[in-house]
Design a protein around this ligand. Structure first.
Ligand SMILES: Nc1nc2c(ncn2[C@@H]2O[C@H](COP(=O)(O)OP(=O)(O)OP(=O)(O)O)[C@@H](O)[C@H]2O)c(=O)[nH]1
Ligand SMILES: [Mg+2]
Ligand SMILES: [Zn+2]
Length: 315
């Protein structure tokens, strides 16, 4: 069966920004119209092993009347962020499609940054092949240390040679344009501990605080299910921030301990240079990683983070 019945000029390109049961909210870039859409039957049958439509999918829809739409096509996914389901490799849940990069946000203070948590986020990103950026908010609360160095730099300097690090203040707006530029035309998942200012940053970035689904739901009585998965928040028609509640629990799931070293990006030049081929880089003689720490080529705190995870310490 083909879909030649739908005239091509009726098709609209859209992006799935929310999922509610079998209904999806679809935004059409360049328009303010938001559609409540449901996939056509053949789409559902075609992909029984994974979700036929997920947040982040690029889709083509047709107007089905009453503000509703039908999802006719789902474009091939450039990337997917999956949550592995326990004991199954087939039924992994797709949290998000077409994600471009991750922004892990902490604050200079209030709350005090938790570097081990940042390292776990970065490991997750490396493991999933997701380009990562570090965001440091609340620089309006920054302080000069007796050494003359800024508190923020003293904490996050170790990351500057490994990842893009952005220092900014959602309150004053300082540094926000640089961050916004790094997000342009991309879909960025933003996460971090509670209280670091994620919601404030979204506002500072100019997120359209849209909640149309409520209105649509009231009108049609559909789409009332609570949002269970990710949500995309529009900065402009081609720039989105993903709010993915499940991502924090993903950090450190399913990373084999003997793969941990390659997930610390700055360790990579030294891997394979240790005396023992199966070196754990903990106490072994002739360890190239330990030597690089001694030489200052690898930051000691990053190494300590690795060692704690490799030993299975809880922190
Ligand atoms: N001084 C200062 N305070 C900020 C800044 N950004 C956010 N805050 C404050 O930090 C507190 C937490 O901000 P939120 O934006 O709610 O933080 P969040 O990360 O969304 O927190 P959760 O939703 O609990 O995860 C609020 O009192 C904000 O006013 C900033 O740049 N400077
Ligand atoms: Mg918040
Ligand atoms: Zn080693």
């Amino acid at each position: 069966m083909t879909d030649s019945g739908a005239a091509s000029n009726d098709l609209m390109d859209g992006i799935v920004v929310r999922a509610h049961g079998k209904w999806y909210t679809v935004e059409v870039p360049g328009s303010d119209t938001v559609w409540l859409a449901t996939p056509k039957g053949t789409l559902k049958r075609g992909r029984q092993l994974s979700d036929p439509v997920v947040v982040g999918d690029r889709v083509r829809i047709t107007d089905a009347g009453d503000g509703e739409a039908r999802i006719e096509e789902v474009a091939e996914r450039r990337s997917v962020l999956v949550r592995p389901q326990r004991g199954s490799t087939v039924n992994e849940q797709i949290l998000l499609a077409n994600l471009d990069q991750a922004l892990f946000v902490f604050s200079v203070t209030h709350p005090v940054p938790h570097r081990r948590m940042l390292d776990r986020f970065l490991i997750l990103a490396e493991d999933r092949g997701l380009p990562a950026m570090v965001g440091v908010n609340k620089i309006d609360l920054d302080q000069r240390l007796p050494s003359g160095e800024l508190l923020s730099r003293s904490i996050f300097r170790d990351y500057e040679s490994i990842y893009p690090v952005f220092y900014f203040s959602a309150d004053t707006g300082a540094g926000i344009p640089e961050l916004r530029a790094a997000m342009q035309d991309k879909t960025t998942v933003l996460t971090g501990p509670s209280g670091v200012g994620k919601s404030s940053i979204l506002n500072a970035l100019g997120a359209e605080r849209v909640r149309e689904v409520g209105a649509v739901s009231d009108a049609t009585g559909k789409g009332r299910h609570t949002t269970t998965s990710a949500e995309l928040i529009r900065l402009d028609g081609t720039t989105y921030v993903a709010d993915t509640p499940g991502i924090r629990s993903l950090a450190m799931h399913g990373v084999a301990s003997d793969e941990l070293d390659r997930l610390f990006r700055e360790f990579q030049p030294y891997l394979g240079a240790c005396y023992y081929a199966d070196c754990k880089h903990l106490t072994e003689p002739g360890c190239a990683i330990l030597d690089a720490v001694t030489d200052g080529a690898i930051a000691r705190e990053r190494y300590e983070s690795y060692a704690a995870l490799r030993r299975g310490d809880r922190d």
